[in-house]
Design a protein. Structure first.
Length: 156
């Protein structure tokens, strides 16, 4: 859909970029391409940063796990297979920093900490569910392409 240039800035030469001071020389002009081209460069950089966050597999899995409600760290560790504790901690901190996850610490013995989605985090659920649905719908086709690619690259 966006051929390899998701929101990258590209340098283009344009006849419109000629300036009298530079004579007839062409100046390089930054132009954003892909889905971020409708925003200015500063906004596009931030949008790419957020897409990186919410497009990360661990972020998606943590948000999905919290869709059912509050969860303790140990619950998330159990619910998300193959995530290391370090990665779970980093992902939770990153999601918390961006306002997608809340952390509530309770002064109990033993101490209890629960994580939950904020309204902002919950607003991502429908997009994540659509992405998961698309993945389920197309996994056989994607696997077929992966297998064909692997066979072709193993030969060559």
């Amino acid at each position: 859909m966006f051929p390899g240039n998701i929101g990258r800035a590209s340098s283009v030469n344009s006849d419109e970029s000629r300036t009298p001071a530079a004579g007839r020389a062409r100046a390089n002009v930054l132009r954003l391409s892909g889905p971020c081209e409708r925003w200015d460069e500063q906004d596009a950089d931030f949008i790419r940063e957020i897409l990186d966050l919410v497009g990360d597999k661990w972020s998606i899995l943590v948000i999905g796990a919290l869709a059912a409600g509050d969860a303790r760290y140990s619950d998330l560790d159990t619910l998300i297979p193959a995530i290391s504790r370090r990665m779970l901690t980093l992902t939770l901190k990153r999601l918390q920093r961006d306002g997608l996850v809340d952390r509530a610490a309770y002064a109990e013995v033993p101490p209890r900490v629960e994580y939950s989605l904020t309204d902002l985090g919950a607003s991502l659920l429908s997009a994540i569910q659509h992405l998961a649905g698309w993945s389920a719908e197309h996994h056989t086709e994607i696997r077929r392409h992966q297998d064909a690619y692997d066979r072709n690259t193993a030969r060559g």
